[in-house]
Design a binder for this molecule. Structure first.
Ligand code: ADP
Ligand code: ZN
Ligand code: MG
Length: 482
């Protein structure tokens, strides 16, 4: 029997407001422990939370960008549990009435479009952080850093519409792209700004009822998510095939061992005893505010990709790769303005530029390459000043130094030789030096033309115009016997 996987994601994104959700403390990452705290986020008795308007605005943007229905009177709730990183003994979250619900997210997996339901997007505060280890001569202690307590989060919950690990990765990538376009989350997964829990079950293909799910907690990289899901899906299928049953539990991904391990079962599951937060009013969202945000919403990755396909006639793949980053998409459009051959620009960005950027895990904004310089290289090729091969060397130098391609060409004397006589002399030299190959060519091995062109290019250090070299070779070589 064949089985299929059913997956739903719960994604936490830290909103990049300057201050926390219910107080004026800074949200800056990496400060000395407990230097960004006040009585409110320390959970002192008697303090009162005051909602940060920017947090609501950012969450509304995400709700609209994922086609959600906005609730104009959403409410906060207390989620009660005990843990040392949570000084109040409860987290302020949203429960029955989230800010946004019933949205849709489009993703592409290997060229096939899927639509994933967004169940809800709600607001909540983050907890603090525990540091386990030693400090000076204090060994085996745990330390509490509450700088993160009260940092604003949105939780995005998807419907169980996802059917594979690849699709799950596509969903979180699509969410990341939107968050970055909206500039409401830095999506730094290492720092925990974007993290996700995956709920997984399996069922016989064709079955419509849902199987029992396990939840894999807190994955902070695409690779972990993919590997954890692949492992978990396989584990559940094997279990069922062996006559066993999946139990509802929370599991953790052990990346060292490459397996998921049980953390707690249903019996130990938390009972959060949710109740409405008495210290906060319903979140007021006026229609005029919704309209205002709607007007401000930027063109989103999917719309941009569709426009690139239409306006620049790019293949879907190119359009998606380039629009995944807002900065890269802007870079691309500026290049095309300067050098209006959209597919050539796209090829260079995907093959050369992204290779270099990915090597260093950099965004285009952090590199020395400018649209003017990339377009400059393409213009030099187009005019026949340099060959494509030389251009790749120039690209690397421009990328590394930020120098203009024109200057590099001048400095190094890299101008392509298109002059007939000069190339003719080199071609003659090559033919005289390789009489045997010339005979073989004459005997019918016409593929040797590539060898001759190669020799001409080598003798001119790649500077000969290959088209001209080819033409002269065709002319000077004896006609092959057939
Ligand atoms: P819980 O009450 O255990 O938190 P929810 O119904 O709130 O469960 O769903 C949490 C997440 O789990 C959602 O993303 C949802 O799509 C997903 N989910 C729910 N049931 C299943 C299932 N049987 N298999 C896979 N995912 C599921
Ligand atoms: Zn504070
Ligand atoms: Mg739930």
């Amino acid at each position: 029997m064949d089985y299929e996987a059913v997956i739903g994601l719960e994604v936490h994104a830290q909103l990049s407001t300057n201050t926390k959700i219910f107080c004026g403390c800074s949200t800056e990452f990496g400060g000395d422990p407990n230097t960004q705290v006040c009585p409110v986020c320390l959970g002192m008795p008697g303090v009162l939370p005051v909602l940060n308007r920017s947090v609501v605005e950012f969450a509304l943007m995400m709700g609209m960008a994922t086609n959600c229905r906005i609730n104009t009177g959403s409410r906060f709730a207390r989620k009660n549990y005990f843990y040392p990183d949570l000084p109040k003994g409860y987290q302020i979250s949203q429960y029955e009435l989230p800010l946004a619900c019933q949205g849709r997210l489009g993703v592409n997996v290997n060229g096939v479009k899927h639509e994933i339901g967004i169940t809800r997007i709600h607001l909540e505060e983050d907890a603090g952080k525990l540091l386990h280890g030693e400090e000076g001569d204090m060994v085996d202690y745990s330390f509490v850093d509450l700088n993160r307590a009260g940092v604003p989060l949105i939780e995005i919950v998807t419907e169980p519409d996802i059917r594979s690990s690849e699709e799950a990765v596509a969903v979180i990538k699509a969410l990341r792209d939107i968050l970055l376009y909206l500039e409401i989350c830095d999506c730094n997964m290492e720092e925990g700004s974007l993290r996700c829990d995956a709920n997984v079950s399996v069922r016989p293909s064709g079955e419509t009822a849902l199987g029992t799910k396990a939840e894999v907690k807190n994955m902070n990289s695409f690779k972990f998510l993919k590997n954890a899901l692949d492992y978990e899906i396989e584990r559940q299928i094997e279990l069922i095939k062996d006559g066993g049953r999946v139990i509802q539990e929370t599991r953790l991904w052990d990346s060292g061992r490459g397996i998921t391990v049980s953390m707690r079962g249903k019996e130990e599951a938390h009972d959060y005893r949710y109740f409405p937060e008495p210290d906060l009013l319903p979140v007021p969202v006026e229609d005029s505010w919704i309209e205002e945000i709607k007007d401000k919403l930027p063109e989103l990755p999917r719309e941009k990709a569709e426009r690139f396909i239409k306006d620049y006639e790019l293949p879907l793949y190119d359009a998606e790769v380039i629009t995944a980053s807002k900065n890269l998409a802007e870079f691309y459009e500026r290049c095309v303005e300067l050098f209006p051959q959209p597919k050539t620009v796209s090829n260079w960005i995907m093959a050369e530029l992204l290779r270099e950027l990915n090597k260093e895990n950099k965004d285009i904004s952090e590199s020395a390459m400018t649209p003017e310089n990339l377009a400059g290289i393409l213009i030099l090729i187009d005019k026949g000043t340099i060959s494509g091969k030389i251009a790749k060397g120039i690209f690397e130098e421009v990328y590394g130094t930020g120098k203009s391609p024109e200057d590099i060409v001048k400095e190094k004397g890299l101008v392509q030789i298109s002059d007939d006589d000069a190339i003719r002399a080199v071609v003659e030299e090559v033919l005289n030096a390789n009489p045997q190959k010339v005979d073989e060519y004459k005997g019918g091995k016409v593929g040797l033309i590539g060898f001759f062109v190669g020799q001409v290019m080598r003798k001119t250090s790649g500077k000969a115009n290959p088209k001209v070299a080819n033409e002269i070779l065709q002319e000077l070589l004896p006609s092959p016997e057939t």
